[in-house]
Structure formats: C-alpha cells, structure tokens
Design a protein around this ligand. Sequence first.
Ligand code: G3I
Length: 406
Amino acid sequence: MIKLAVTAALAAIALPTCISALGLDQAAVAAGLTYFGTATDNPELTDIPYVTQLNNTADFGQITPGNSQKWDATEPSQGTFSFTEGDVIADLAEANGQYLRCHTLVWYNQLPSWVTSGTWTNATLIAAMQNHITTVVSHYKGRCLHWDVVNEALNDDGTYRTNIFYTTIGEAYIPLAFAAAAAADPSAKLFYNDYNLEYGSTKAASARAIVQLVQASGAKIDGVGFQGHFVVGTVPSQASLVSVLQSFTALGVEVAYTEADVRILLPTTATTLAQQSSDFQALVGSCVAVDGCVGFTIWDWTDKYSWVPSTFTGYGAALPWDEDLVKKPAYDGLLVGLGASVSTTTTATTASSTASGVTVTATATATTTTTAAHWGQCGGSGWTGATVCASGYTCTYVNAWYSQCL
Ligand code: G3I
C-alpha cells in the first residue's frame, strides 16, 4: 500500500495568471470615461518593445507628452519656437487614434532662463506669456483634447506659489493665460492642473478658488487635473476621493486624473505591491463614480521610465508595469476599479512522497473571479465585461452608462 504524505505546503509555487477580456482604455470607455491614458517622452521612443505597448490602444486611448510641450522645449529663446519634439508625440497619438492631452503652458518649472531671469514689467511679461500661449496653442490647434494651461500655481498650504508670473503680474496671470488659450483654440478643453488636491485640504479649496477666479473673469476654464502622485498606502478612501472630485464638478468643470503614480519604498514586497494595486483601484474607481470625471492618465506606464527614482531617493516601482515591461498587480487593480472582471489562475504544486520511495507530484489549479466589490460597472448598454457582482451586492442602475454593485 502506498502511503501518501504531503511534504510541502500548497503555496510552494504560486504562479498567478491574470486574464481580462478588456484592456485599460477599453474598460475605461465601457465604464463611461473618455479615455485611459499614459504620459510618454521622446527619449523613450527608440525602445521598440516600449513603443509597441505605448501603441496598444486597448490599454491606452490617450497620450500626454511628459516634457516636449513645456516652455523650455517650445520657446527656448524669446520668439524662437520649436515644435519638433512635441510634434513627434502628437503625430504618434494621432497615428494610433489616441487622444492628446497637451501639457503644459504656464508653469514655474522648466522655464528657459530668458523668462526666469528677464527684466519684466507687468505689461511686458503679460505680452510674452500671451505670445507664448498663442503661438503654442495655435500650432497644436484642433489636436489637443485638453490643454493644461496653468500648472501647479499653488503651494501645499493653499497660498499662491511665488513664481515670475505671480510676482510680476499677480493672480491675474491665471485668467489671462486661460483667455489667451481659449482664443487660440476654442475647441480644446482648458485645465488647471496640480498635485495634492486629492486630500480635499486647503490646497483643494484654493484650486476651487482658481476655477471661480477664471470664471468670474469671463474666461473659459473647462477642467481641473488631479495629478495623482502618491506614496503607497497614502491614497485616501474611494469615498473621500469621490467627495473631493464632486466638490470641483459642482463648480461646472470636468475633472481628470492626469499624472497618476503610486511610489513604493524599495525593495517592493508582495504586501506593498498589493497595497499599490488597491490604491490604483480606489483612484480610478473614484473617477468612474463621478459624473464629470473624464479620464485617467498614468505618468508613463513602466517603472523603466518613471520620474520617481531620480526625484525621491529610495522610492520607485510607481507604475502598473515593472522595469521589464511586465504587468504588476496594479494593472489588475486598475481593471477592477474600472469595473472589469479579472480572473486569477493560481497553480500550486505540492510535492508528495511515499514510504516506498516513489514520489508523487500533485498540481492544483484554482480560478477566482474578482469583480468590483462595491463600485464599478456591472451592467448597462455597451458593457461587454463582467455582469456579476461580488456576493452580497446587487447590480444597481446609476445612470445611462454606469451601474454599481450596491
Ligand atoms: O533636457 C535635459 C537634457 O538636455 C539633459 O541632458 C538632461 C540631464 O539630466 O536633463 C534634461 O532635462 C530633464 C527633463 O526632465 C527632460 O528629460 C530634467 O533634468 C528633468 O528634471 C526633467 O524631469 C521632468 C520633470 O517634470 C521636471 O520637473 C520629468 O521628466 C517629467 O516627468 C516631470 O513631469 C512633471 C509634470 O510636468 C508636472 N507635474 C509633476 C511631474 C513630475 O515631476
């Protein structure tokens, strides 16, 4: 008689394989967003495996140039404009049929020295700023779904950031910038873009005041970009994020996550990668849950090209794909937040032995389907993904293109 003795735990070898019928942009559109997208940058475009995935429109329906539309790139010396690099990315997006989020016109950073060190009066700096905006926006006219017109005008305490524009012109530089952009391309949606708005703190209140300042001036402002730069585990709850987003849409503007990443203290562990997945799920889930949240952009898609390691010592791994372009748990977290169904197949190998020296190997395979436990699409026209809710929840109509498991 053969005696079977299990000598290793079930989890000796665990190889999760995640399967979803939909990519990130497909799931985003099915959930009622306009796009799921990513930033990219010109130096990366020589990396063929990288570009192959960048061109994958199942995942990315929108592209943001990470650097090449900024002031130092487009007007390095006064009155001399260069669009070569920005055009490369605009052309790539257009060839793929991906939306272009244009970034950014007026920012304290990445300004050429002729701006930061110039001798300005109120009138001459307004003229230089208007000329910059008019020329750049006119060049890309008709190609930008959004323009980040003013970027990071606030300190974290909600006061205005001191920069050459604020110091010389005062807060009026903000509505003036929006007015110039609207005149140059009436079809582009114009955004104010900043980080750390997600906590709903004083800084968020000041950003709402900026929206109202522009509106009161008579200039057009269409949206507010939530950059979404986080440390793993510090992302607010989804309900809290929803509430903050809604405090902006109540002003009559759209919102979008524009630069999302969730950095981790290296080396990563299974726990921090799982937390990162939950964090991304809450972020994108909050966008799905808010009428007027139009899209979700990650600040590049692979850790290979993230800005994080060079800026935050010891941190990295902030994006849904690792440095080898392999998907991390965060990819599935995003899908679940978008309401898609994700199947996880885990193969566990158990080694067994007998008293007679014969070794038997048993393999067990388990498949689980993760659905949006609470938030997320679970039915409705055009939806081709999951139609089931987790146990204890019922698929409930919310609006024309969105239901939740409640
Ligand atoms: O262009 C020079 C190049 O000539 C030089 O050889 C090289 C040497 O380091 O530097 C190049 O400039 C770098 C530039 O990116 C272009 O690659 C700068 O050093 C580098 O600091 C700069 O970083 C960018 C950063 O903005 C600047 O603040 C990141 O790539 C870009 O991802 C990041 O993006 C910002 C958003 O625009 C606004 N929100 C925050 C976000 C992250 O910082």
